[in-house]
Design a protein around this ligand. Structure first.
Ligand SMILES: Cc1ncc(COP(=O)(O)O)c(C=O)c1O
Length: 384
């Protein structure tokens, strides 16, 4: 069994309790027993989304839920505005194209924040925009987008507000009803600390009004079918779900409820602060503007004279700590530290001591211990 410490922005390591839950034997997915597990899991999902609306679990990765969001609201030629400041923002635009919509884009420089007013200006100029997509936590750049503030602007317009919280839900502040989000999607394998392979989606009444007028562009991801099966007694999914992953999601959500959402978000916020403090203590540079940097993943500029292969290779092969690289044009230029899911000071201290040794070995000047000290300092009770 590989015990490498995963400090990547998903998938994350899961609690032994979750693994154990998955080892339960399979039950009939169309039975009262499974219906109970499904309804409890979707109810807890709605609690985590912070919505009074129903949630639906889809066997598939986060992208399946992004596709479900678009496949159910687009008629040919419909204009969908996407905020694009990284790879996952781009993905929404590509999905819009795939389902025959017309993708409009607000381009934001990767690593920078967006002025929420820009969305208002775009909606003023284009009255026929049907929906706006925003990625809350742009995992590729380590930028957190202001979904609450964008929600305030969206409340003045009819366009649906669609938010990807794949790498933020249960790790950063998300309040679907409070922010006026119409469709919110997420994945199992990041802050929720469940294994990869489950996606979740919730839709507001306004979103359902649109869905009811659109012929879904996907058979598997037809949300009307999920609604119908979910309302059956006992509740079901339209097609055979991954029963084992449903057990895992139930257990992972139980753990989230036990920790409490507020505590869990706070834990992620402290881990992010400790990471940023340690990066600065080692004279490394954050890639994004610090004011918009993510609560769940920190992107760091590759230090002068050090290659991505050497840095992440040494961390992985010698110290057994897995970091993530950059994507697209950021490949080789940044590395990313995921601090989502079950991460605490223990993992961060291990990561930064390994990073210090790695940098020293690769000839980058660091004062040994300063990154670790910055992590420890952040966790001292007076500093929290
Ligand atoms: C913000 C964001 N959206 C969407 C996705 C896609 O999720 P998946 O890889 O589970 O399909 C990811 C995955 O990294 C992500 O970080």
């Amino acid at each position: 069994m590989d015990e490498t410490l995963l400090m990547i922005p998903g998938p994350t390591r899961v609690a032994p309790r979750v693994l154990k839950a998955m080892s339960e034997n399979i039950v009939n997915h169309r039975s009262a027993l499974f219906g109970k597990i499904l309804s409890e899991t979707t109810e807890m999902m709605s609690d985590v989304f912070r919505t009074n609306n129903k949630s639906y679990l889809i066997t598939g990765s986060g992208t399946a839920a992004m596709e479900a969001a678009m496949a159910n609201i687009i008629n040919p030629g419909d204009k969908i505005l996407s905020l694009v400041g990284g790879k996952f923002g781009q993905r929404f635009g590509q999905i819009v194209d795939a389902f025959g919509g017309q993708s409009e884009v607000i381009d934001v420089e990767w690593g920078k924040g967006v002025n929420p007013d820009e969305i208002g200006y775009a909606l003023e100029e284009n009255e026929d925009i049907k929906a706006v997509t925003v990625v809350h936590n742009e995992t590729s750049t380590g930028v957190s987008n202001p979904i609450k503030e964008i929600g305030k602007i969206m409340s003045d317009y009819d366009a649906l507000y669609v938010v990807d919280t794949v790498s933020s839900l249960a790790g950063d502040e998300v309040d679907v009803d409070g922010y006026g989000i119409d469709i919110c999607v997420t994945g199992s394998q990041k802050c929720m600390a469940a294994p990869p392979g489950m996606a979740a989606i919730t839709l507001s009444n306004d979103a359902w009004d649109v869905v009811d007028k659109v012929e879904a562009k996907s058979y598997y991801l037809n949300m009307k079918k999920y609604r119908k099966s979910g309302a059956a007694q006992p509740p079901e999914t339209p097609y055979t779900p991954s029963v084992s992953l449903m057990y895992a999601m139930h257990e992972a959500l139980d753990i989230i409820m036990e920790e409490g959402l507020v505590n869990r978000v706070k834990r992620h916020q402290i881990a992010a602060k400790a990471t940023r403090n340690a990066i600065k203590a080692l004279n490394l540079e954050l890639f994004p503007d610090e004011s918009v940097s993510s609560t769940t993943v920190t992107a760091v500029n590759m230090p002068e004279g050090v290659s991505d292969g050497e840095l992440r290779g040494t961390m992985r092969n010698k110290y057994r700590v897995e970091l993530a690289g950059g994507q697209d044009h950021l490949k080789g230029n940044i590395f990313r530290i995921g601090h989502m899911g079950n991460i605490t000071h223990r993992e961060l201290i291990t990561t930064f001591s390994a990073l210090e040794m790695t940098l020293r070995e690769l000839g980058f000047e660091v004062n040994m211990g300063e990154g670790v000290a910055a992590v420890a300092d952040t966790y001292l009770p007076n500093n929290i």
